[in-house]
Design a protein around this ligand. Structure first.
Ligand SMILES: NC(=O)C1=CN([C@@H]2O[C@H](COP(=O)(O)OP(=O)(O)OC[C@H]3O[C@@H](n4cnc5c(N)ncnc54)[C@H](O)[C@@H]3O)[C@@H](O)[C@H]2O)C=CC1
Ligand SMILES: O=C(O)C1=N[C@H](C(=O)O)C[C@H](O)C1
Length: 267
């Protein structure tokens, strides 16, 4: 049998991290060799997460974990503030980053792409790993060719740090590539409450809702003459992201450079 792909998970005690640990443990081609989270050091992953992770212990030190466990792949589900340093370290040690954490700039992605190529390794940055969300983005880009007036409402749990979501930003990027540059709405519109019209990317408005009860949801709403079209995706739990995470851990072994968007590995 081929050697397993060795994976460490950073942010392993978080909502996405613990789901990822379980998905890796279930997959026959992947091996969990390390788990990192902020406050945990030398504590059994099995004990903390209630799974059978063998002898793998938590560490609170990304660099030490990368050096000692020599993984092929580092999966990051942490925070916008710490994810960047983790990607830099992974590339420095020749470990392929698979990043779900949102909140990076196009310039940073371009620099990591260059660094991965220089190191001869692949990387994945995926604002959303759920196949339904990728299809939503694809259909939205297609719809924008015919109905170019568009706004997004994204809805997430109230513990999310970044707004708008990485998925909303990626959707608007894909739409702006698909439609002609244009203005939207009334040129003289005025907000009597600041922020009422949401954020703006290339003339398109995005509205972020944060409430308990939500997981991850997005509506892309198009308006045309006498009609509207709404494309909606709902992640009703975090298992929805796992096939994409597992696929990325495998595909990232096969190329060089940083891929931004799982659609580039799927479609
Ligand atoms: N790409 C995708 O499909 C998805 C992406 N996300 C993104 O993933 C990120 C994480 O989301 P959640 O799991 O919901 O957050 P969370 O808050 O539940 O988990 C983050 C974890 O990172 C740990 N952490 C923070 N600083 C750390 C450090 N310096 N070193 C090691 N660990 C550290 C925290 O202790 C926590 O356990 C967010 O940016 C979110 O937007 C979430 C869901 C899906
Ligand atoms: O924080 C989350 O939960 C999610 N974050 C990602 C994003 O910002 O788009 C992906 C998904 O929406 C869940």
């Amino acid at each position: 049998m081929a050697e397993k792909i060795r994976v460490v998970v950073i942010g392993a005690k978080g909502r996405m991290g613990r789901e990822t640990v379980q998905a890796i443990l279930k997959d026959e081609e992947l091996e969990l060799v390390g788990a990192v989270d902020r406050t945990l050091d030398g504590v059994s992953v099995s004990d903390v997460l209630g799974v059978d992770a063998g002898s793998v212990q938590f560490s609170n030190d990304v660099e030490k974990t990368l050096v000692e466990t020599k993984p092929d792949v580092m999966v990051d589900f942490t925070t916008p503030a710490v994810m960047k340093g983790n990607i830099d370290k992974a590339i420095q040690f020749g470990v392929r980053p698979v990043v779900g954490t949102t909140g990076m700039t196009p310039e940073e992605i371009a620099a990591w792409d260059q660094a991965c190529k220089e190191r001869g390794i692949g990387g994945v940055i995926a604002p959303n790993f759920a196949i339904g969300a990728l299809l939503m983005m694809r259909f939205a880009a297609e719809a924008a060719r015919f109905l170019p007036h568009v706004e997004i409402i994204e809805m997430h749990h109230d513990q999310k740090l970044d707004a708008p979501s990485g998925t909303a930003i990626k959707t608007l990027e894909l739409i702006s590539q698909a439609r002609e540059q244009m203005g939207q709405g009334h040129p003289n519109e005025h907000e009597s409450i600041a922020g009422a019209r949401g954020g703006e990317i290339e003339g398109m408005r995005v509205h972020s809702v944060r409430l308990p009860g939500y997981v991850a949801h997005q509506q892309v709403i198009f308006g045309g003459l006498g009609q509207t079209l709404t494309i909606r995706h709902d992640s009703i739990n975090r298992e929805s992201f796992m096939p994409g995470v597992v696929l990325s851990c495998k595909e990232v072994m096969k190329y060089e450079g940083m891929v931004y968007g799982l659609e580039n590995l799927l479609f």
